[in-house]
Ligand binder design. Structure first.
Ligand SMILES: [Zn+2]
Length: 213
């Protein structure tokens, strides 16, 4: 009888200790999440320019080696690739004309890491041979690409990384745009800017559901 009571008392203590441990862990986790959410993430606001000088960088674009110019287009392109490669969960790209090999390679890289990638391009521009090649390559890899041929141009040029950071501006993702045009890319993680882009991309993605990705 005494022995049974001792065993019963001991098992009760074990249950209480385990329960307290689980409760403490849960409380600490909730506290950590609340504290973490209050820490402001680092603000990112950057503007990249491409100009007539960018054509001078065309010569060393093949080697991917930057030059000393402050706005070297190879350096700018590397930055864009680095932003794309920073994606951990989602990458949404909405691009009128997309033929740039380096940016396509950056997208393929994150897709291989398990990042969910969605791409929207203009239906008319998709018939451009360089753009068509990229789209075919994306689809062969399993990356979803949506478009629609329409009298209205899908003229956007933006990307959303992890639904937290946008790259947008006048620049098409072509070598011509980055090595000879006057163009710009704005990079920002300001919520007031990022949120509308997310909403617009999601709206367009549903609108362009055709059965073929
Ligand atoms: Zn250069």
């Amino acid at each position: 009888m005494m022995k049974n009571m001792w065993i019963f008392g001991r098992s009760n203590k074990v249950v209480i200790v385990v329960f307290t441990g689980v409760l403490a862990t849960e409380l600490l986790w909730q506290l950590y999440k609340r504290t973490r959410s209050k820490i402001p993430s680092k603000s990112i606001n950057e503007v990249l320019f491409f100009s007539e000088e960018s054509s001078n960088c065309r010569m060393h674009a093949v080697s991917r080696t930057p030059c000393d110019r402050s706005n070297c287009s190879v350096t700018q392109l590397r930055k864009l690739c680095a932003y794309l490669e920073s994606a951990q969960q989602n990458l949404d790209v909405c691009m009128y004309l997309f033929s740039c090999e380096d940016l396509a390679a950056a997208i393929a890289k994150v897709f291989c890491r398990g990042v969910v990638v969605r791409i929207i391009v203009d239906g008319g521009m998709a018939e451009n041979s360089a753009c068509e090649r990229r789209i075919r390559d994306f689809r062969e890899r399993g990356i979803r690409v949506r478009m629609k041929k329409s009298e209205y141009l899908m003229h956007h040029k933006f990307a959303i990384i992890d639904r937290k950071l946008i790259l947008t501006g006048s620049t098409n993702w072509t070598m011509q745009a980055m090595h000879g045009n006057w163009d710009n890319v704005i990079v920002s993680n300001q919520l007031a800017l990022v949120k509308p882009f997310i909403a617009e991309f999601d709206r367009m993605w549903i609108l362009l559901t055709t059965g073929e990705d």
